[in-house]
Design a binder for this molecule. Structure first.
Ligand code: C2O
Ligand code: CU
Length: 554
């Protein structure tokens, strides 16, 4: 891992409250520099970017650079109460975003409560100066951020769900670059339009910033060539739609060819994937427009119809897309998959319930509260940050270091009807400690408890190889033989199927305190997360950097 201390560019961000109108209703939202979605950060591989944040809003905030590994520098990673105390209203903090191996599309977002619904933006990481893309340079690059919009204040949505332990109120619209599009009467003028010219190639950097679900995305009359996922290149493949789980990115090339229609407008659209029929989801389709600025205006001007997208519950379409992702694994972009494993973990990913306290009214399953867990531990947020405590050798004051390597008792994880007792879980702040340099394999096992769901599991501080995936229960005798150790995708967020499992591998060469959680916000609020502490190794290049002097206090 290289150490970089050069500050190549700086960005100043103000967290503000701004008025926005969507769906005919005005509300105040949190923004960065008054923009929604927020500003794009452009960098080159290996840069260090300094972001000075001034909190002019009325609530605590932190920012996270999703998918940036921050080598040895967890202080600037962002998750509240994991690596820092939040920046209080009126306060400020300077983040250093330390890019190392990442090249591709990432994004940044708030990592407090549910504020990332409006506080987010793209991160574009271009090749180092003097190097280029592993394909011809596109004419232009455009971030396409898939998101969600609530008419109600997001803080209220969260407070309502927490007060009764119920499911979350669904969003009122899905969005593309902040707008739901023409299918919503009030969005006509604001619909995102991408101007293109016939014959040119555009790189679209698609980011799923939604809080609730994965998305299918497609462009009418056009195919996409997928060239990257998260911050790494993939073997190119052509697809008529892509699937992106929450937190993930897909980089694709779009060759602008009007075809015979000579039309000027083509719709792009995103549609959610909802794998649990009991969960409340906003099923609306969001649209944006690809506009040929060099086409004759009329007649052939009638907007093309919507692109065809898989059905909202078509998890096999999502799985089929995901299965096509392969690392580029070329000379310039090698895959370096660990062959030998030091630590094995099998982690069940569960939506659960927690008993309703006496005298409380709970509106979750069976009169209890919704909860969720990893290996049946429902993570309880500490009140001050784990990183600071760990650095002062006082981690025992905030967490227990006994997160289990296996589920407490094995069961048929993906059976059709599981006994209701299995749904119960208990809270705890339990973390997993790893030796520096250990190779870790984690099998994330989906479960059908309370109907089951898919889960985009995200790890801070690392990208990992997704070496295997399958349906049903992971079988440690037969499944590892089928792993791809040659060109597996290299990601920071992996989609764990509802009735299946995925296996990821990484080298614990980044000392620090790193959060792992489901990127569905309600699952995270309910406790579907844990923390990895990677110890220092030998020598100065294997140790956590000292904290900056201005860390916010709790
Ligand atoms: Cu994109 Cu912990 O987050
Ligand atoms: Cu989840």
């Amino acid at each position: 891992m290289r150490q970089l201390l050069l500050c190549l560019n700086a960005l100043e961000g103000e967290i503000k409250e701004s008025n926005y109108t969507r769906l005919c209703r005005e509300k105040t939202i949190l923004t960065v520099n008054g923009e929604f979605p927020g500003p794009t950060i452009y960098a080159r591989k290996g840069d260090v970017v300094v972001v000075n944040v001034f909190n002019q809003g009325h609530k605590n905030i932190t920012l996270h650079w999703h998918g940036v590994n921050q080598p040895r520098s967890p202080w600037w990673d962002g998750p509240e109460y994991i690596t820092q105390c939040p920046i209080q209203p009126g306060g400020n903090f300077s983040y250093r975003i330390i890019f190392s191996e990442e090249e591709g599309t990432l994004w940044w977002h708030a990592h407090t409560a549910m504020d990332r619904d409006t506080v987010h933006g793209a991160i574009v990481i271009r090749p180092r100066r003097g190097t280029t893309y592993p394909f011809s340079k596109p004419h232009r690059e455009i971030p396409i951020i898939l998101g969600e919009w609530w008419n109600d204040d997001i803080g209220q949505v969260l407070a309502d769900a927490i007060s009764t332990g119920s499911d979350f109120q669904s969003s009122d619209a899905n969005t593309i670059n902040g707008q739901p599009g023409d299918l919503f009467a009030c969005s006509g003028n604001g619909t995102f339009r991408l101007p293109v010219k016939h014959g040119k190639t555009y790189m679209i950097r698609i980011i799923n910033a939604a809080l609730t679900n994965g998305f299918f995305f497609a462009v009418a009359g056009h195919r996409l060539t997928v060239v990257g996922s998260d911050a790494s290149y993939t073997k190119p493949f052509s697809a008529d739609h892509v699937f992106i789980d929450a937190g993930q990115t897909v980089t694709a090339l779009l060759k602008a060819r009007r075809g015979r229609s000579n039309a000027r407008h083509f719709y792009m659209a995103s549609r959610p994937l909802a794998t649990n029929p009991q969960a409340t989801v906003d099923s609306s389709t969001a649209t944006a427009v690809l506009e040929y600025v060099d086409a004759p205006a009329a007649p052939g001007d009638a907007a093309h119809g919507l692109p065809s997208l898989p059905a909202i519950n078509d998890s096999s379409a999502a799985a089929a897309f995901t299965a096509r992702l392969r690392s580029l694994a070329s000379k310039g972009h090698p895959a370096d998959v660990p062959r030998r494993v030091d630590e094995h973990m099998l982690v069940t990913v569960e939506v659960n319930e927690i008993a309703c306290a006496p005298g409380e009214v709970c509106k979750g399953p069976h009169g209890n509260r919704f909860a969720s867990s990893l290996n049946n531990v429902s993570f309880e947020m500490p009140r001050s940050d784990v990183l600071g405590a760990y650095y002062r050798s006082a981690v025992g004051g905030v967490a227990r270091t006994d997160f289990p390597d296996n589920p407490p008792s094995p069961f048929n994880f993906t059976a059709d009807d599981l006994p209701p007792e299995l749904a119960l879980t208990a809270r705890g702040t339990r973390v997993k400690v790893l030796e520096y340099g250990a190779v870790l394999e984690v099998v994330l096992q989906g479960t059908t408890i309370l109907g089951g769901d898919s889960h985009p599991m995200h790890l801070h501080g690392f990208s990992f190889y997704v070496v295997g995936r399958g349906t049903g229960n992971f079988d440690k005798r037969t499944d590892p033989a089928k792993y791809n150790l040659v060109d597996p995708p290299y990601q920071n967020t992996v989609s764990v199927p509802k009735n299946g499992w995925v296996a990821i591998r990484l080298r614990a060469e980044n000392p620090g305190v790193w959060f792992m959680h489901c990127h569905f916000e309600r699952h995270m609020v309910w406790g579907m997360e844990t923390v990895f502490i990677v110890k220092n190794g030998k020598g100065p290049n294997a140790k956590i950097m000292p904290p900056p002097p201005n860390m916010p206090r709790c």
